[in-house]
Design a protein around this ligand. Structure first.
Ligand SMILES: Nc1ncnc2c1ncn2[C@@H]1O[C@H](COP(=O)(O)OP(=O)(O)O)[C@@H](O)[C@H]1O
Ligand SMILES: [Mg+2]
Length: 237
């Protein structure tokens, strides 16, 4: 059964789509294919969101993950979770309150939630509402991801946001996804971070998604214990 991670925040423009597709790209590339098929699936439950817009621009053949639009029947998500092929399903969700039904159905088939939050006070109230009125009542594990932080702006806004989150006792990921022009430019071109052209900036920008993947424990798995015992036994012969 796949592990389902949804990116949720009822505020639009906080980076749900950007983080979903780029984390999925890193996961897809790291895990590689099994029997010729990707082990990572991205599902967009956003009826009018940028993932739809974005998917029109991408060459799906070139993506390191499969992509599925699933907004009219979000309950189908529970079926996707059962698909043997996928290790991970990353869900991009809609960004406004009118879509609460879709969001609710999405959350019913989600193992954990990442709540992207840019370091700006304007984003606090909708984030608070999402957590207190949607995530906590459902008892879904969630973590805040501070995202789209521009280091050129200094650390004041970042620290303020970290403090805001910590004072609320909301679990927070250590990884901070920085603002890079290359992310928004790539999105407009239908590219994910594993397809960025070579270069220092691209490497730096991509690094944040590697960190995020590590922190979320995405990627390799330890060798099953049985296999280790078996190889030890072999070694004694
Ligand atoms: N880390 C980032 N660096 C640069 N631009 C970003 C970053 N994260 C998001 N953006 C840009 O901000 C806008 C909103 O992001 P998006 O992922 O579409 O948000 P949402 O899905 O929550 O509505 C997009 O134009 C996107 O390219
Ligand atoms: Mg979006």
């Amino acid at each position: 059964m796949a592990r389902v991670i949804a990116f949720v925040n009822q505020k639009g423009g906080v980076g749900k789509t950007t983080n979903t597709v780029n984390l999925a790209a890193i996961a897809g590339q790291s895990l590689g294919n099994r029997s010729g098929q990707s082990q990572v699936l991205v599902v967009s439950t956003d009826p009018q969101g940028s993932a739809v817009w974005w998917s029109d621009r991408v060459d799906e053949e070139q993506l390191p993950f499969d992509f599925h639009q699933c907004h009219d029947k979000p309950e189908d998500l529970s079926r996707l979770k059962m698909l043997e092929q996928y290790e991970y399903v990353f869900v991009d969700s809609p960004g406004n309150i009118e879509d609460e039904k879709i969001l609710s159905a999405t959350l019913d088939s989600t193992d954990e939630v990442v709540v992207p939050l840019p370091p700006e006070a304007m984003a606090y109230p909708p984030t608070k509402r999402t957590i207190e009125q949607v995530l906590e009542p459902k008892g879904i594990p969630y973590r805040i991801l501070i995202t789209d932080w521009d280091p050129r702006d200094g650390t004041v806004d970042l620290e303020q946001t970290q403090e805001y989150v910590d004072n609320k006792d909301w679990p927070r990921l250590r990884t901070v996804v920085r603002h890079y022009k290359i992310h928004s430019r790539a999105a407009a071109e239908g590219l994910v971070c594993t397809q960025y052209p070579r270069g220092r900036i691209a490497l730096e920008a991509r690094e944040d998604f590697f960190r995020l993947a590590m922190e979320l424990g995405i990627g390799g798995r330890p060798l099953p214990r049985q296999t280790r015992t078996q190889s030890a036994a072999k070694g004694r012969v």
